[in-house]
Write a protein that binds this ligand. Sequence first.
Ligand SMILES: Nc1ncnc2c1ncn2[C@@H]1O[C@H](COP(=O)(O)OP(=O)(O)OP(=O)(O)O)[C@@H](O)[C@H]1O
Length: 360
Amino acid sequence: MVSVRVEDVWMLFGNVKALQGVDLEVREGEMVTLLGPSGCGKTTLLRVISGLYKPTKGKVYFDSEDVTDKNPWERNVGLVFQDYALWPHLTVYDNIAYGLRLRKVEQREIKERVRGVARLLGIEELLDRYPHQLSGGQQQRVALARAIVINPSVMLLDEPLSNLDAKIRINVRTEIRKLQKKLNITSIYVTHDQEEALVLSDRIVVMNHGRVEQIGTPFEIYYHPKTLFVADFVGQVNIIKGRINGMDESRHLIEVDSEIGRVLVSSDQDVKSSNEVYLIFRPEMVEVSKVKPREDNESTIVEGMIDAVQFLGNILRADVAVGEKRIRVELHNPLFREKFSPQDRVFVRIPASNIRILTG
Ligand SMILES: Nc1ncnc2c1ncn2[C@@H]1O[C@H](COP(=O)(O)OP(=O)(O)OP(=O)(O)O)[C@@H](O)[C@H]1O
């Protein structure tokens, strides 16, 4: 088990700045995902960590060892790619054994280790088959087995599930997480799928334009986004522009004049004295009712009209027009709630403690 440290890494391809001063630390045994939109530099960063790319500038350390100039095989990394990259002319057994043979491991030990990981991944029955005789999910399990059989110091996975259909994807991702925890392998996982990142990670690194926007636990990233980009990229969010009107110190509240009127926000957050602010809250963090709720000192009630309703099975999602602005709301267990239809007049209660303030 090793820790990985990336220090001020830059990667330029001609005049494309794929990475612009990335700093990152992955602890021993930790599972970290690199999350961000297409082209933000996730794959490039993974390749720099694997040794497939040498960075234009900056350093990569495994524990305290500087591995920046080392080749992938000298770093002992296990790689898993989107397209499996299995040898088509080799059986599953030989595909898994490949890395061990390269390392001149003894025949008897190869047999034991291949059978061991095959058992772990539930592919013992497939060892005599060729890759074209396997489903996508089975091929990806073989690719995983091949990566872990070498006892890698670090496992690097680049969108390993994107070629699988939705159900299999969920199964394999659960297996990856279990395996990673069981073997305690330091792992870095590239995805553009926020749900995958939230489910799999000890910590998520949100990237944008070759830079790290925020590093945090799934909870921190979802509930305490530090930038508008992170708030907007991960999950659904309402972003309301406003201006700080004043502080009510005794009630620990900030008053904000916003696009949806005067809004109360908890003052237990780090707000710079900037006037222009953005209020951020998730659709599931409000209450909606056709009956006006009682006013209180801890929330804001705004009146609006249902503009659109989507039934998603376990969730009812609605857009509520408040003046010129649309607020997205989500109700869970829609069966047990009031029925809402377009044109209904409703009241939206937004608890002050559920709103984050960002300053652009
Ligand atoms: N070998 C290369 N030569 C030139 N430009 C490259 C090369 N590899 C990546 N880039 C550019 O660097 C930027 C980052 O690419 P990268 O593949 O790391 O992004 P990504 O976040 O992994 O995207 P995706 O999710 O689409 O795979 C992009 O603008 C891309 O076009």
